[in-house]
Design a protein around this ligand. Structure first.
Ligand code: CA
Ligand code: CA
Ligand code: CA
Length: 484
């Protein structure tokens, strides 16, 4: 939720109201606030969600505030959960961005606190797991993160990445806490309900006033220095087996000829990519298991990294025109040894392509794979990693056949592709003659009285630029440039 518009989107969120009474007065923590659904406590303003604590009587409470959650509207097992937040400030304030299971039997079913803060400690946030046996034998494992700056001044990114085997906490994309299932890293350990984080959890956002966590349970001690908890967005990234539909990434079609960015692989876990571990090791750009980092090649952007054997990514592309293309693959490798193959629509078009050493992980080189046939229309390209150990930034499809001159381009449109015997030129009507020259004007091949389909024995030619002249039975001439 980007919190655009003027009101909270009730298709995504519900209000939780009251003071917890009668079953759980003070929400089990001696909290002092009464949660309302009033616009005074919860509103959308300038693209942000604002939860505001106010000193006003409601019921027997001395403060009002807000709490929203996604129970029954959105929940997920595993993935990345992040929010951009500017914290409130003041003694007794307790903002939280956290998660509970849909079938909640706290604490046995677990709790994930992505971010909590004490308003009298504006530089420190906590990441915490709650678990264990029924109260009072419940446990929690918490880690403080000191940002060494006042977190009520600016927006910062608070995130967890949750996989079947681990939960990791990030502050501005810097890892500060890791918990693992096997071996079980929880401290204190629990003998019951060892790792309950394997089911659907929903998201909660609230601003409590007072309570045990804040060290303040008297209304007179509370200071509403900056009483607003501001959330710019909450984003959730999914990579479970249930989201397996392969669709293009982004809204712009990737065209051939043109550049395909490595990091713009298709959406759709398991059908659009395979990565050897479940997290994005670089923690940037997009959150799938594929590993992405900032790139210092010309033009910047991002590259894929942490590439290991048998990983792969797929790209849905549109070839605006068919023909022959050189593929320029942009890679860097500290020690070489990498190898890929390029597949188009499930067939290997390149054979093994070796990635040389470039000395460092960000010293970039271009590897050219020559004269690959691509027919016009949509295709799925897969980059399959035979051997890892390199980074890659993009691949570029450049046409190796260019129409130079035609005295009637609309009347005949020969297609040129690479075949085993050499260049194949096909045309709807018969072609009268085909000649191939090098740039010095030397004629290497001359064929007369031809069919619609014609092979040119180009395999023996050395690399370079050639000119092909075609004449049809109307004596119309077409001149094509071919780069071998
Ligand atoms: Ca990964
Ligand atoms: Ca990887
Ligand atoms: Ca790139």
């Amino acid at each position: 939720d980007e919190f655009q518009g003027t009101t909270l989107d009730l298709k995504k969120w519900a209000f939780q109201t009251g003071d917890g009474c009668p079953s759980l007065c003070g929400w089990g923590n001696s909290e002092l606030q009464y949660y309302t659904n009033s616009n005074n406590n919860i509103k959308i303003q300038n693209g942000n969600l604002i939860i505001e604590a106010r000193q006003e009587n409601q019921g027997s409470s001395k403060f009002t505030s807000g709490k929203i959650f996604t129970l029954g509207k959105f929940s997920q097992t595993y993935g990345r959960f992040e929010a951009s937040i500017r914290l409130p400030k003041g003694r007794g304030l307790w903002p939280a961005f956290w998660m509970l299971p849909d079938n909640n039997d706290w604490p046995k079913t677990g709790e994930i606190d992505i971010m909590e803060n004490r308003g009298d400690r504006p530089t420190i946030t906590n990441g915490t797991l709650h678990y264990g046996s029924a109260w009072p034998n419940n446990q929690n494992d918490s880690q403080e993160q000191d940002a060494q700056q006042d977190l009520s001044n600016d927006f910062h990114l608070y995130a967890v990445e949750w996989s079947p085997s681990a939960i990791r906490w990030y502050f501005d994309d810097v890892l500060f806490k890791t918990e693992t299932k096997n071996p079980n890293s929880l401290s204190p350990t629990s003998t019951d309900n060892l790792w309950p984080w394997n089911k659907n959890f929903h998201i909660l956002l609230n601003l409590a006033v007072g309570g045990w966590f804040t060290g303040t349970t008297n209304a007179t001690d509370v200071q509403l220095t900056k009483p607003t908890f501001e959330i710019d967005y909450v984003r959730v990234y999914d990579c479970s087996s249930s989201s397996s539909n392969q669709i293009p990434y982004g809204t712009n079609t990737i065209n051939i000829p043109g550049r395909i960015e490595a990091e713009d692989f298709d959406h759709g876990c398991f059908s659009a990519f395979y990565d050897s571990d479940s997290l994005n090791q670089g923690h940037v750009y997009r959150y799938t298991p594929v590993d992405i980092q900032k790139c210092s090649d010309v033009g910047g952007g991002y590259n894929l990294g942490w590439i290991t054997d048998q990983e792969w990514t797929k790209y849905t592309v549109n070839a605006v025109s068919g023909g022959l293309f050189d593929i320029q693959f942009r890679a860097a490798s500290q020690s070489g040894g990498g190898q890929i193959r390029i597949e188009i629509d499930n067939s290997d078009v390149s054979g093994p392509v070796s990635i040389p050493s470039t000395g460092t992980w960000q010293n970039w080189t271009t590897i050219t794979v020559k004269n690959i046939n691509v027919t016009a229309g949509n295709h799925v390209i897969r980059i399959y990693i035979i051997k890892g150990g390199f980074n890659w930034n993009y691949m570029e499809f450049n046409s190796t056949i260019t129409m130079v001159k035609s005295n009637n381009p609309d009347s005949w449109k020969p297609t040129v592709r690479m075949a085993e015997e050499g260049l194949m030129i096909e045309n709807a009507d018969k072609i009268k003659s085909i000649e191939l020259f090098d740039l010095l004007g030397k004629r290497h091949i001359m064929n007369f009285t031809l069919q619609g389909s014609n092979y040119l024995p180009t395999n023996a030619l050395s690399s370079g630029v050639y000119i092909i002249r075609l004449i049809n039975y109307k004596d119309e001439v077409q001149v094509i440039k071919f780069i071998k």
